[in-house]
Write a protein that binds this ligand. Structure first.
Ligand code: HGY
Ligand code: MN
Ligand code: MN
Length: 417
């Protein structure tokens, strides 16, 4: 390991990193030690301002692209060299935890500060990114900031997406961008030499194996859909069942059919309906409209393709009384990360004498999209009992710092290649 990389890794400050998590966890804090910081919300704006206030003290150059992804750049000796990037997201699930996403942003920031304090220079610039709307909880789909940044979908494709209150992403985005006018504009798809994302595992494997570092090899495939069922509202007491176009009954039939489709004795397939909006949503009116989400995941390309491709026909067949509209909102094939970048992470963990193992990610991340445009890999650290997307999400300060040390060393390695 390079001497400067070891020196900088040893400058990672566990206390400062933990303190920053505590400060961020206050923004959108909810009972049970959780956080509700939806993308492009007023809480998101407060978190962005806090991060930018820390960056300003360090003279990192700050920029934002058209969907609000925030970039904090530490200069390299060669200003024209493509940067090495790291980062994750600051938005959370509605009943999210204090570590999902924000850890990757703060570990990246800690890496830059450790480089400063070690007096390390790198040939390439190193950038920390805070991606907009990774969770997709408010505005579907997830990983929206990296999807648009990498050019997988144009910004115009998502501006009209609305949240449960009918607020358009376009309006929430304008408000968020206006809140940080000091930020320089940044074009989409600016080239990068590499990307490493640090994240809590959101599963139990590292904790069970008593490993501190996960060298992540890839992410399973996922398919998201919005399914709408169009019925007719009627009186619950007077309308015979035979005459009804009951959108809830058909939605249930569709969900039962998808449950059968995704039944898996090995319990590898993931099928979730997490969001459901019923109209008029009254106990004594037959539902005229239901919108619900479908999230299907599997590590095998053929399987996730077969399952995703079967959704629309199955939904139409299962609906007895109503019209059905199936809108695909995400189609991510399983992705394998870059062997060189994973190797740099593994080497750093070895040289820093941290117990580590290779594993794939069940959760998706912005690294899924960055892997399409530059050499990419991820670092996992354990979280308690693998719990995430839940207020009880927890991680140990020492593990967070260990992940940041590996990140620091691996970034310096890549930034001098
Ligand atoms: O859904 C996911 O896998 C990520 O946590 N947003
Ligand atoms: Mn996440
Ligand atoms: Mn998440």
């Amino acid at each position: 390991m390079r001497e400067d990389a070891r020196d900088a890794a040893n400058r990672v400050n566990e206390q400062r990193l933990w303190q920053r998590h505590s400060e961020m966890a206050q923004i959108g804090a909810i009972p049970g030690n959780g956080v509700n910081r939806a993308a492009l919300s007023k809480e998101d704006i407060v978190a962005r301002k806090l991060l930018l206030s820390w960056a300003a003290k360090r003279n990192y150059a700050i920029s934002a692209d058209g969907i609000g992804n925030l970039f904090l750049r530490r200069a390299g000796t060669d200003p024209n060299a493509e940067p090495v990037m790291t980062g994750s997201h600051m938005d959370t699930q509605p009943r999210g935890g204090r570590f999902d996403g924000i850890y990757g942003v703060l570990a990246g920031f800690e890496a830059l500060e450790a480089m400063d304090e070690a007096g390390v220079t790198t040939r390439r610039p190193v950038e920390v990114v805070a991606w907009t709307n990774e969770e997709g909880g408010r505005f579907a789909p997830c990983t929206m900031g990296s999807i648009v940044f990498t050019g997988a979908r144009p910004l115009n494709d998502v501006l009209e997406v609305t949240d449960n209150e009918g607020i358009r992403l376009k309006d929430a985005l304008a408000e968020t961008l206006a809140a940080t006018p000091q930020v320089k504009p940044r074009e989409f798809k600016s080239p990068a030499a590499g990307y490493i994302e640090a994240h809590i595992e959101q599963g139990p494997l590292l904790e069970n194996a008593k490993k501190t570092i996960g060298v992540v090899t890839g992410i399973q495939g996922l398919r998201w859909f919005n399914i709408e069922v169009f019925g007719k509202t009627d009186h619950a007491g007077t309308t015979p069942l035979a005459l009804r176009k009951d959108a809830v009954r058909d939605a249930i039939a569709i969900i039962n059919a998808l449950t059968e489709l995704t039944r898996d004795a090995q319990d590898v397939t993931r099928f979730t309906v997490g969001r459901m909006l019923v109209t008029p949503n009254s106990p004594n009116s037959v539902a005229s409209h239901v919108l619900f989400s479908v999230d299907i995941r599997h590590p095998d390309l053929k399987t996730v393709t077969r399952l995703g491709d079967a959704v629309e026909a199955l939904a139409r067949k299962a609906a007895q009384f109503c019209e059905v509209k199936v809108t695909p909102t995400l189609h991510d094939n399983p992705c394998a990360f870059d062997a060189q970048v994973a190797g740099a992470i593994e080497n750093a963990a070895t040289k820093l004498e941290l117990p580590h193992m290779r594993l794939a990610s069940g959760a998706s991340h912005d690294a899924m999209y960055m892997a399409r445009v530059c050499p990419t890999a991820m670092i996992f650290v354990p979280c308690e009992k693998g719990i995430s997307h839940n207020e009880a999400e927890n991680a140990a300060p020492a593990d967070l710092a260990a992940g940041a040390r590996v990140l620091t060393a691996a970034l310096i390695e890549l930034a001098n290649r």
